[in-house]
Design a protein around this ligand. Structure first.
Ligand code: NAI
Ligand code: MG
Length: 483
């Protein structure tokens, strides 16, 4: 399989240059659709991390002192260039991550939107004046932190990096990105684009490598002023602990086990279609996936019948064929999802659709599983409590609003909930009672780069996206003068 990626760009990007790792180490990135090697990539070690952080540190003053208008214009130029190269970028994302090409195109457009949105905001961040009487003058400014470290996952590689980069850069920080070792390619293309658009050397650094060495070295580095992490709960705890040692501010956007709640007053087929989309998009590898479907018992069977019929029509295959469902991104994730399919059966849930890995001559070597619907799930089962991160839907019935809320909240996670109903007072009552960071009402995955996003409970803390993210990447300074 050929890609448009050029070999000299599978390197580290430090201080405006592509270069090999100091140790010469490399790692392989593979195509999840067939297990073949796409390319090798330089593997950052501690020394490389140090150089990347120092380069970001050196660039810090120049970047923060640039006019906000100039910073905003550069971000808008990046947005335009991402769009100009969107087809090539989507192809690379599709190969590296496995997602269907139309979903990869969506990710690139979404990434461009981040740069457009925060580029437009760069020159609109005011402070305020605090009235203390005529003897004083007091005012606030918003300052960048300095060097921001972004540690990103593999489920939406460029989009997840763009979500942190755009607000961090708009507010005058410089960045070091440690992409997931499974999907390093689009962010390296991005680094080239940023350089071509005129981003000064050192303002963006990209250090592909592994979590335990490059990632941990970045989090521990004393010159990193702020950390944003997206990934697993387990790693989130490790990073928050390391950051605590040197009191570095950190935000962690972790997993979910989000309840998508279908009340009895909605169209059964609409609910079924959207419930499948909520779990199967990106092969279920979304922190916000609607992985628990809570259905009012009066329409439970009808929704199940409709979903089974719809799921039978779904196509599964390599991302380049633009199927409904692609492969899982990593071999580990494939194994993990297969384990949960077995666990679900052992716990007594019934796979009314799918239920196992996909065995198909044509798809041999790829990380393919059957989109699966488990019925007969109880809230105590592991498949109802643990994040599977695959196209595996658990369906649980409920009898009234209170029970729906109780089941929805009976989880360690608290990222998203979906509500489907035409009863507006119920919408507000139930939304208020749900222990989550965001509620999607009558459309799952509603919202965009403008809408704040983050978790409660084990789904983490901090808010990305929207104006809320600006608070993360700036700190307020207060001046008080006796005049
Ligand atoms: P992970 O949390 O280990 O990896 C995410 C990022 O953290 C990667 O860039 C990785 O290199 C880095 N990392 C790992 N260990 C680190 C350390 N000690 N110090 C610094 N950085 C470190 O996620 P993993 O293992 O790839 O996936 C496991 C599970 O995590 C998935 O099955 C899924 O449940 C969840 N997950 C959630 C995501 C989300 O969007 N919230 C994204 C990816 C995974
Ligand atoms: Mg890991």
């Amino acid at each position: 399989m050929t890609t448009t990626v050029r070999i000299d760009q599978h390197q580290l990007f430090i201080d405006g240059e592509f270069r090999p790792a100091g140790s010469g180490a490399q790692f392989e990135t593979v195509n999840p659709a067939d297990g073949t090697l796409i390319t090798t990539v330089a593997r950052a070690g501690e020394q490389d991390v140090d150089e990347a952080v120092r380069s970001a540190r050196d660039a810090r003053r120049k970047w923060r002192n640039a006019t906000p208008t100039d910073r905003g214009r550069l971000l808008l130029a990046i947005a335009a260039q991402l769009r100009a190269e969107s087809e090539a970028l989507a192809l690379i994302e599709c190969l590296d991550n496995g997602k269907p090409i139309s979903q990869a195109r969506f990710d690139i457009e979404y990434s461009a939107r981040y740069f457009e949105y925060y580029g437009g905001l760069a020159d609109k961040l005011d402070g305020y004046v605090i009235p203390l009487g005529s003897d004083y003058h007091s005012y606030t400014t918003l300052e960048p932190f300095g060097v921001v470290a972004l540690i990103t996952p593999w489920n939406a590689p460029l989009m997840q990096a763009a979500r942190g980069l755009a607000p961090a850069l708009a507010t005058g920080n410089t960045c070091v990105v440690k992409p997931a070792e499974d999907t390093p390619l689009t962010i390296l293309e991005f680094a080239r684009i940023a350089r071509e658009c005129g981003i000064p050397a050192g303002v963006i650094n990209v250090i592909p490598g592994f979590g335990e060495d490059a990632g941990a070295a970045l989090v521990r580095h004393p010159l990193v002023d702020r950390i944003a992490f997206t990934g697993s709960v387990e790693t989130g705890r490790i990073i928050a602990r390391m950051a605590a040692d040197r009191l570095a501010p950190v935000s962690v956007e972790l997993g979910g086990k989000s309840a998508n709640i279908v009340f009895e007053d909605v169209d059964v087929d609409v609910a079924a279609f959207n419930a499948l989309r909520a779990i199967n998009l990106n092969c279920g590898q979304n922190c916000s996936a609607g992985s628990r479907l809570l259905v009012h018992s009066s329409i439970h069977d009808a929704v199940l019948d409709s979903m089974v019929a719809l799921e039978r029509g779904l196509t599964v295959g390599p991302g380049l064929e633009d199927p409904d469902v692609g492969p899982l991104t990593t071999r580990d994730q494939y194994q993990r999802v297969c384990d949960y399919l077995r666990i679900g059966r052992e716990e007594g849930a019934e796979a009314i659709s799918g239920g196992s890995a996909l065995v198909d001559e044509r798809l041999n070597g790829g990380n393919f599983v059957q989109p699966t619907i488990f019925a007969g799930v109880t809230p105590q089962m592991r498949i109802a409590r643990e994040e599977i991160f695959g196209p595996v839907l658990c369906v649980l019935p409920f009898d009234d609003d209170d029970e729906a809320v109780a089941i929805a909240n009976d989880t360690d996670f608290g990222l998203v909930a979906g509500i489907w109903t035409n009863d507006f007072s119920r919408v507000h009552r139930v939304s208020a009672a749900l222990e989550v960071g965001q509620v999607y009402i009558n459309e799952y995955f509603a919202g965009g780069v403008e809408t704040p996003f983050g978790g409660v409970k084990d789904s983490g803390y901090g808010r990305e996206k929207g104006l809320a993210a600006l608070e993360h990447y700036t700190r307020m300074k207060t001046m008080v003068a006796r005049v």
